[in-house]
Write a protein that binds this ligand. Sequence first.
Ligand SMILES: [Zn+2]
Ligand SMILES: [Zn+2]
Ligand SMILES: [Zn+2]
Ligand SMILES: [Zn+2]
Length: 200
Amino acid sequence: MKKHLIAALAVLMLLFGVVGFAACKEQSTHKAGSSWEHNELGHWHVCTECGIQMDFSKHTAGEVQTDGVEDWTQCTMCEYEMLRTVHAHSYGDWKAEVPATCSQPGTKGHYTCSSCKKNFDAEYKEIEDLRIPAAHSYGAWVEEVAATCTKNGTKGHYTCSSCGKNFDAEYNVIEDLSVTASGHAYTCLLYTSPSPRDCS
Ligand SMILES: [Zn+2]
Ligand SMILES: [Zn+2]
Ligand SMILES: [Zn+2]
Ligand SMILES: [Zn+2]
């Protein structure tokens, strides 16, 4: 009885063994898992049937990636991260300043790193904002010329040397600089005898 059991077990084990072996006997019968396994040397698939390592190859470096502090690359096959190094900026050519006008913002002179796309000034310090705000060139304040009885005066103002517009002390545009002549200030006197007296 016991002998039979052992024999049956042996047959069973053999059967499983043979079936298991038969599934992966030939190279072509291994079934590669869908995901890559990897270490620092390379990547490979694992057979889903027998667990054997297959398709081993060395990593293939992809494009260099950067966050502006470090550079690295990933294997194009298994995305293993490799070759992490300190980022060195590639400044390229100096781009000259584009001056702002009265209505159009300008651009500061700068270098751009071709790799991380950050911008830098002439001393290689990073520039966050390249824009130069649009602004008038106000120049010196011109004092008011007071109006007289007969002659118009001129309001105090700045004149933009670029667009020629005039501005008050708060930099608001003044359309008309002139101060109208005040005219004569007549005093009403009643000519009465013996001496003139005031109307009021
Ligand atoms: Zn296999
Ligand atoms: Zn890889
Ligand atoms: Zn850079
Ligand atoms: Zn202007």
